[in-house]
Design a protein around this ligand. Structure first.
Ligand code: F6R
Length: 623
């Protein structure tokens, strides 16, 4: 939530980057994190200039055009997802302190802001906004003018030690014109290293146009950047070091690349996202090697229970993981929404492996659940797409996806990559525990490697899905049914439709239908059914065909996603989307794709912004 960018360049000279251009470029890339309002503050000529505006970045740019800021080499920028105070001009960041000579931006929630505000009001401070951020601005300003004696880093340190909650704060001051000072607790912040210039960003996309050299910060640290130096200290004032890393994708990966939207681009990148996630994870003998796991194989072998923690789409990937990992390893797997997990006194010990799944690596609910699991003695493993993010850094082990940056707010390619990574984990554990023979693993891996080509086939053949979406633009409600690994796919299909097209949509386990949801079926109700492979076990296929008949008999319009060659569904489906076949457990990598295309096309037909759906933010860094 909220995108944050900071910049310090060389003293003003022609030809160098101007702070405003760097900030605007950074905000453009970070806008997916929040788009309720945007603002910048630049420092030059002994003054701080602030421009801010509610609405998307375009509104801020119009504001700057109407009231330009002068050339500057130092500045901060913010794109907001509102928490405290509505998305108005006044509540937009930056907020000012110290008589307008200090500007502050913030991501997170300051939990004790009400008490601090009361105290500051009693001291005579006045507030223009309803935000918790303004409290931080006044506090930093007060310390700067007093105890910290004009040292912005010291003022930040004194202030953050009074704050509770989650925050990334960035501050600039007219009387410290060569620097940006930032602090982080439970909220993301990365440093970008340039030549004669340095950057700050909520994530690396905030500065990816300018540098791929980055530094990851630890929890409770303050960083001061000037054009030539990056100095990190802990909240207690002791010096600290960050971890340097190189960003393995470039700015072009974060462009639309000829597609009208990021969402369409990312849906089309799925063959590569899956392929790259599988890449380089076997040795010459075809054995899985997950070196980056960093947990002693003996400890992994001793795992008695796996708990998968995630939210939203990532949790649906976790549900798919459960089916596969249990089947291949015989280790019981629980999947739980991270925000529910730690409030129910879960049973965990050192033989529990807690697997968190997160695209951003910053989801606060997931992070808090991982910390809780660690405190209880569990081993923690993160499946994550974002290098330099908090969850993998705090976990004992990490299995990175290699899906590339996901910019569209609703997740698509990361979902498939998460599923692929979960399969790798399941196979690896099966291999370690001797539960799977090497031939079995090789067969499954071979099938996995053939999946990207099959996804491509679905993408190449998407016109039928898009045509149906156009035709269904006025539909008020859609239901999704699935069984076994098709169940999480149904949940994900419904979530995509809610998020992108603002249509009421529900996903159900098809077997649950007759226990209640069938009451929703009336004449003309569209029902998508994810049909299991006719070659799978347990006669699931015929059970689902019965479910299709049950809803059809009550007037539903049945739209099925079925394996090529599955003739049985034909007679009971108004429309069938055929997908190529693969092993039943791997089918979600294929059956999800038509549902994503459908939701995206339907939302586009309704004229909605599929990259930035209303009320959402890409990275949910508040609880
Ligand atoms: C849905 C979506 C969200 C995220 C969820 C977790 O399209 O994107 O439901 O999946 O907020 O986010 P990460 O994976 O970043 O932890």
């Amino acid at each position: 939530m909220c995108g944050i960018v900071g910049y310090v360049g060389l003293p003003e000279k022609s030809g160098e980057h101007q702070a405003l251009d760097v900030l605007v470029e950074g905000l453009r890339r970070l806008e997916y994190r929040g788009y309720d309002s945007a603002g910048v503050a630049t420092v030059s000529g002994g003054v701080v200039q602030v421009r801010k505006k509610s609405g998307k970045l375009g509104n801020l740019l119009a504001e700057i055009e109407a009231a330009p800021v002068g050339p500057a080499q130092v500045g901060i920028g913010h794109t907001r997802w509102a928490t405290h105070g509505g998305p108005t001009d006044v509540n937009a960041h930056p907020h000012v302190g110290d008589s307008g000579r200090l500007a502050v931006i913030h991501n997170g929630i300051i939990e004790n802001f009400a008490q601090l505000r009361q105290r500051l009001l009693a001291e005579g401070f006045e507030f223009a906004s309803e935000t918790d951020t303004e409290v931080a601005a006044k506090l930093i300003g007060r310390f700067f003018a007093g105890e910290a004696a004009g040292d912005l880093t010291a003022a930040m340190r004194l202030a953050v030690n009074e704050l509770e909650g989650a925050f990334t704060l960035l501050a600039v001051h007219a009387d410290a014109p060569d620097r940006v000072v930032a602090a982080r607790r439970n909220s993301p912040l990365v440093v970008g290293l340039g030549e004669g210039e340095n950057f700050l960003g909520s994530d690396v996309s905030g500065f990816i146009d300018f540098t791929r050299e980055a530094v990851e910060l630890e929890q409770d640290q303050i960083v001061t950047i000037t054009s030539s130096e990056v100095e990190i200290i802990n909240f207690d004032g002791t010096p600290a070091q960050g971890r340097r890393f190189y960003v393995d994708w470039d700015a072009s990966a974060a462009e639309k690349g000829g597609f009208p939207t990021f969402m369409e681009k990312e849906i089309h990148e799925q063959p590569k996202a899956v392929e790259d996630t599988l890449l380089g994870r076997t040795d010459a003998e075809g054995r899985l090697v997950l070196d980056e796991l960093r947990i002693d194989p003996e400890e992994l072998k001793a795992t008695t229970k796996i708990i998968v923690l995630a939210c939203g789409t990532a949790a649906y990937a976790g549900l798919v993981a459960k089916y596969a990992i249990e089947h291949w390893t015989r280790i019981p797997v629980e999947v739980e929404l991270a925000h529910e997990f730690r409030y129910r006194d879960p049973i965990i010990d050192e033989t529990t492996l807690v697997v968190s799944i997160s695209q951003s690596g910053e989801t606060m609910d997931t992070l808090m659940a991982v910390r809780y699991a660690k405190e209880q003695g569990a081993r923690t493993l993160s499946i994550c797409n974002t290098n330099g993010s908090t969850i993998p850094r705090e976990s004992d082990a990490v299995l990175y996806l290699h899906a590339g940056p996901e910019i569209a707010v609703a997740s698509t390619k990361a979902f498939l990559a998460m599923i692929a990574a979960s399969y790798l984990l399941g196979l690896y554990l099966g291999q370690l525990r001797g539960q799977l023979f090497s031939g079995q693993i090789a067969d499954i891996l071979a099938d996995l490697h053939s999946v990207p080509g099959k996804i491509q086939q679905i993408l190449d053949d998407a016109e039928q899905i898009k045509a149906l979406a156009r035709q269904m633009a006025d539909t008020p409600s859609v239901l999704f049914l699935g069984r076994h690994v098709g169940y999480p796919v149904a949940l994900e299909g419904a979530l995509k439709l809610k998020e992108l097209a603002y249509i009421h949509a529900e996903g159900f386990a098809a077997g649950e239908l007759k226990h209640g949801p069938i009451a929703l079926i009336e004449e003309g109700q569209p029902v998508f059914v994810v049909v299991p492979s006719p070659h799978g076990r347990y006669s699931l296929h015929s059970k689902v065909v019965s479910n299709i008949q049950e809803v059809r008999a009550r007037g539903a319009r049945t739209i099925t996603v079925a394996e090529e060659g599955d003739e049985a569904v034909q007679d009971y489906s108004e429309t069938v989307f055929h997908v190529p076949g693969t092993q039943p457990l791997l089918m979600p990598l294929l059956t999800t794709v038509p549902l994503q295309i459908f939701a995206c096309a339907l939302a586009s037909e309704k004229g909605y912004d599929v990259d930035q759906p209303r009320n959402l933010a890409k990275s949910v860094t508040v609880e």
